[in-house]
Write a protein that binds this ligand. Structure first.
Ligand SMILES: Cc1ncc(COP(=O)(O)O)c(C=O)c1O
Length: 458
């Protein structure tokens, strides 16, 4: 059949409050033009993030009732441990309340001031946690990964030559770990190939550097490998995922993505000494090692979610949804980051609104317009999130890409919701010459996009 249907039936629904354009204009103005500051009830289609927004299945909700809330050694921890172990084979699996808690613990025990952590592209919380420990987060994605029009099948790959040169230049002793984000969220949800994962592992092993994965979207990455990497077409996504993890020394995981839950995460590794240190930090800040920052029921839901995410029909439908959006945008001539990634469409803001200079944040102009026109909440991933001012000259340094991410919650929206989103994008694109830039009226020193306030540049 040509039509790929959602491979699930809907058992529970949540009403969407419909708003008018006039109402939305007031709401966004009162929020200082920051979409993070709008109440969710004033959003029609919420594509702010795919994190923690999944619809849980009947079996996950049943798992919630089975949760064992014992403080220590709960049955739910063992179910969680066994499932994560089955996929990753890591010896030590430490539950945390979400991904950034795993990052905070890992960097607290490994990163000292002046040390470097290379990656393909660090996600914003990863970067912030490294910088919080006075380390430097270094992005070494391949050149194609920075070109929104390149059709390279694995644009999330790290440039292994750059990585090796970087290690030689800085010295392996100054690099406490190397990471790969799969899929590469900040670079457009683009996958990393197994060939690249293996090559990274080889370099890290050669220089004695631990190699960790930021594994939030490991299943979507595995599905891309199956579809695009020669030699993997007949392997199951689960087998591919197992091979991915077999190359790493550990991982951080936000279970809010590919474990299909609304809260949760973990830190996993093989090194016994490191795990001991991690558990000591965990006990002080998150909780006892068999629950981390979670309830027993959350551990049950994660275990079940990890089973469901590796379902081939689900993954096929998931990746195909994003592809479909890309095909329709192509027909409208709307510029977006190609090829489509795993969890989102990323509009290419520089090409969409070329009349707005990068220091006036074209991505923010588009995101605000999508809200006003159609009540869609998206997320600027460009200068507001990653731009910096040179500490000496004060000159603005923009990131290489200015994107607007429309992230798709898992199992939440149907085909007609997606068609509505396309209609809204088309209207904003047709009127793109009327879009205006923005300037900050408030910004915090770290992760400024969450709380910033703006005004329109008239
Ligand atoms: C690639 C990546 N790493 C880490 C995180 C942080 O996870 P959490 O939001 O659970 O703290 C995210 C969240 O969006 C992410 O996309």
């Amino acid at each position: 059949m040509k039509t790929i249907i959602e491979p699930f039936k809907i058992k529970v629904v949540e009403a969407i409050k419909m708003t008018t354009q006039e109402e939305r204009e007031k709401v966004i103005k009162n929020a200082g033009y920051n979409l993070f500051k709008i109440d969710a009830e004033n959003i029609i289609i919420d594509l702010l993030t795919d994190s923690g927004t999944a619809a849980m299945s009947d079996l996950q909700w049943a798992g919630i009732m089975h949760g064992d809330e014992s403080y220590a050694g709960a049955r739910s921890f063992h179910r969680f441990y066994d499932k994560v172990h089955e996929i990753t084979k890591f010896r030590h699996i430490i539950p945390t309340h979400q991904g950034r808690a795993a990052e905070r613990i890992l960097f607290e025990i490994l990163v000292e001031p002046g040390k470097f952590v290379p990656s393909n592209t660090h996600f914003d919380t990863t970067r912030a946690n490294i910088e919080y420990n006075q380390g430097e987060a270094v992005d070494l994605v391949i050149e194609e990964g920075k070109d929104p029009q390149s059709l390279h099948p694995f644009k999330g790959n790290i440039d292994v030559n750059k990585l090796e040169n970087f290690i030689k230049e800085k010295g392996a002793k100054n690099i406490p770990l190397c990471m790969l984000t799969i899929t590469n969220n900040s670079g457009g949800g683009q996958p990393v190939s197994l060939e690249n994962i293996r090559a990274t592992k080889e370099i890290c092993s050669h220089y004695g550097i631990p190699f960790f994965l930021d594994a939030c979207r490991f299943a979507e990455n595995a599905c891309f490998i199956k579809k695009r990497e020669p030699g993997y077409e007949n392997k199951s996504c689960k087998e591919i995922a197992q091979e991915i993890f077999s190359n790493a020394d550990g991982c951080t995981m936000s279970a809010k993505k590919d474990a299909l839950v609304n809260i949760g995460g973990f830190l996993a590794m093989n090194d016994d000494d490191l795990a001991l240190k991690a558990r000591n930090v965990l006990i002080v800040t998150e909780g006892f090692p068999t629950y981390g920052g979670l309830a027993g029921r959350d551990l049950e839901a994660i275990a079940q979610g990890l089973d469901e995410i590796l379902d081939e029909d689900y993954l096929h439908y998931r990746i195909r949804t994003v592809e479909y959006m890309g095909e329709r945008l192509d027909k409208m001539g709307v510029p977006y980051l190609k090829p489509t990634g795993g969890h989102a469409i990323y509009l290419d803001a520089k090409a969409f609104a070329p009349h707005i200079p990068v220091d006036q944040f074209p991505g923010q102009a588009i995101a605000v317009a999508l809200y006003i026109v159609g009540g869609i909440r998206s997320c600027e991933i460009g200068g507001i999130m990653f731009g910096k001012n040179d500490p000496e000259t004060g000159k603005y340094i923009p990131p290489s890409l200015e994107l607007v991410r429309l992230a798709f919650p898992r199992r939440v929206y149907t085909q007609s919701h997606f068609d509505y989103v396309l209609e809204v994008i088309e209207e904003v694109y047709q009127n793109r010459n009327n879009l205006k830039g923005f300037r900050f009226t408030y910004q915090a020193p770290l992760l400024r996009h969450f709380t910033a306030q703006f005004e329109i540049i008239e």
